[in-house]
Design a protein around this ligand. Structure first.
Ligand code: AHR
Length: 496
């Protein structure tokens, strides 16, 4: 099959925010304990951090790491996790029915972020706590020495403020499962009050208001609208969450998931324009897609009041990796709307890597993320795709390819393409209206014949990328995207 992608260097959606390649670490299951922090492990460094996890996280080049939840944050008292470890209380965690030992808290997280080459994106508890506790955490993290909480930080070993720039005002507050869940009007007031106090201490911080927790919620967009209308002046982002699933085992249908992701982003773009128009405002609010991934196979969420229980340790296969690539393609295409996005999560819990005492397993979804984070730069080129379609079950005729493209200031073009067809390779001819491709500089592909193929401890490299062919021909880039495949291709261009 043949497809044509037409680009124009002047036709773009603006600069791509590297923060779309961010991550999420929650106190849940074995994400923190046995994941990032495992002081008894021979693989741990002097701070008790797993070095193999640190190295793999660095490979994902994540600019931000959202923490500490998730649902966990809504019944969490951050002051439990600071100070001498032997004086920190163990607490029952309402969200995951687990025992939280508090041996890893704010200061350990900040230290871990430094080693992981990432920056903290802190969530405050607006479920069971309020504006004062949120403000105290900003004081602890961002104020110079000389006030109570800042001095507590200094006493705990850190003189300089951490300078946390991005803060989430609670988590999924429209969800009945959420500790302290409230209707939109009440959350909007809580969020606005917290925002004023938090930005009162540090006006440089950016705030994320909770949007609805998903498109299947009755509150979808309505919650978001009410919150945004109330908090417009104080927030920079609204959050969106989505977990994709293939319960019916219908690969053709599942691989059209990108169409739904595009719709969600378009819904939010419309909402932001609507509220902006109603307010006659010049301000822009953007989307923080701060939980996204595939999650439907591993649904154990009851920790039975144990420490570091095995919860939602999803095993990812090839088709899941192709869906994850489509999330990132969608974020790149809508660089004008999506400024932050966090894959949920990073280790053990619905994650690109799994640990056991003697090592680390890289899952299929790690690979498109790593390739895209490495090669995305510059601005997002609008994509005019002429492409064959395939039958995606109840989702109907759907383009076989899902693509995104970006161009940096040095004339380096990167193209990312998913082929949803399970049977046919698609040869893609990429042409630029106002430029010629001078050289193909590299390509990688992740593909296979079995959509359920997955890495395992016995076969850790069953799904991994291989070097691929791309060619510059007659001023165009030509690359074949294999069936059930993902390709990252790079080229240099010169303007005509
Ligand atoms: O990522 C797991 C959970 O999914 C998060 O805690 C919550 O925000 C979402 O429902």
């Amino acid at each position: 099959m043949l497809a044509t992608l037409t680009l124009d260097t002047e036709f773009h959606a603006g600069p791509i925010d590297p923060r779309i390649f961010s991550g999420f670490l929650e106190h849940m299951g074995r994400a923190v304990y046995e994941g990032v922090y495992d002081p008894d492990s021979p693989l741990a460094d002097d701070d008790g951090f797993r070095t193999d996890v640190l190295e793999a996280v660095r490979g994902l080049r994540m600019p931000l790491m959202r923490y500490p939840g998730g649902n966990f944050v809504s019944s969490y008292d951050w002051t439990d996790g600071i100070g001498p470890r032997d004086q920190r209380p163990a607490r029952p965690d309402y969200a995951w029915k687990s025992v939280e030992t508090n041996q890893f808290g704010v200061d350990e997280f900040m230290q871990w972020c430094r080693k992981a080459d990432t920056a903290p994106m802190m969530a405050v508890n607006l479920g069971t706590r309020g504006a004062m506790e949120a403000q105290a955490l900003v004081e602890y993290c961002n104020m110079p020495a000389g006030t109570y909480w800042a001095d507590r930080r200094v006493a705990n070993g850190r003189r300089e403020p951490y300078g946390v720039k991005v803060w989430c005002l609670g988590n999924e507050m429209d969800g009945p499962w959420q500790a302290g869940h409230v209707p939109a009007a009440e959350y909007a007031r809580r969020a606005d009050q917290a925002a004023k106090l938090m930005r009162g201490l540090d006006p440089t911080i950016e705030l994320v208001a909770c949007g609805s927790s998903g498109r299947s919620m009755g509150t979808y967009l309505a919650y978001d609208r009410e919150v945004l209308e109330y908090c417009w002046d104080h927030v920079s982002y609204v959050s969106a969450h989505r977990y994709s699933s293939n319960h019916a085992g219908d690969t053709a249908w599942y691989l059209a998931e990108g169409v739904e992701i595009d719709r969600i982003i378009a819904d939010y773009a419309g909402l932001f324009d609507y509220v902006r128009g109603m307010k006659r405002s010049d301000k822009r609010v953007h989307l923080s897609f701060d939980e996204w991934n595939v999650w439907y196979k591993a649904m154990e969420m009851d920790g039975r009041w144990t420490k570091a229980p095995h919860l939602i340790e999803e095993v990812y296969n090839l088709e899941d990796a192709l869906v994850c690539a489509q999330y990132l393609n969608a974020f790149i295409r809508r660089a004008d709307v999506v400024k932050v996005a966090c894959i949920a999560q990073i280790v053990n819990i619905i994650a690109p890597m799994l640990t056991r005492p003697d090592g680390l397993l890289i899952q299929s979804i790690y690979h498109p993320f790593a390739l895209m984070a490495r090669h995305t730069a510059g601005r997002s080129l609008r994509t005019q795709l002429d492409c064959p379609t395939y039958k995606a079950g109840s989702r109907g005729e759907t383009p076989a390819l899902d693509v995104s493209a970006c161009l940096d200031d040095e004339g380096r073009l990167a193209l990312f393409a998913v082929n949803r067809s399970q049977t046919d390779a698609v040869t893609l001819d990429v042409r630029l209206n106002d430029a010629v491709v001078t050289a193909a500089t590299g390509a990688d592909a992740l593909h296979g014949s079995d959509p359920r193929a997955a890495n395992s401890w016995e076969a850790p490299n069953a799904v991994e990328p291989t070097p691929w062919q791309a060619a510059a021909q007659d001023g165009r880039l030509r690359v074949t995207v294999p069936a059930l495949g993902f390709v990252s291709a790079r080229a240099t261009i010169e303007r005509k």
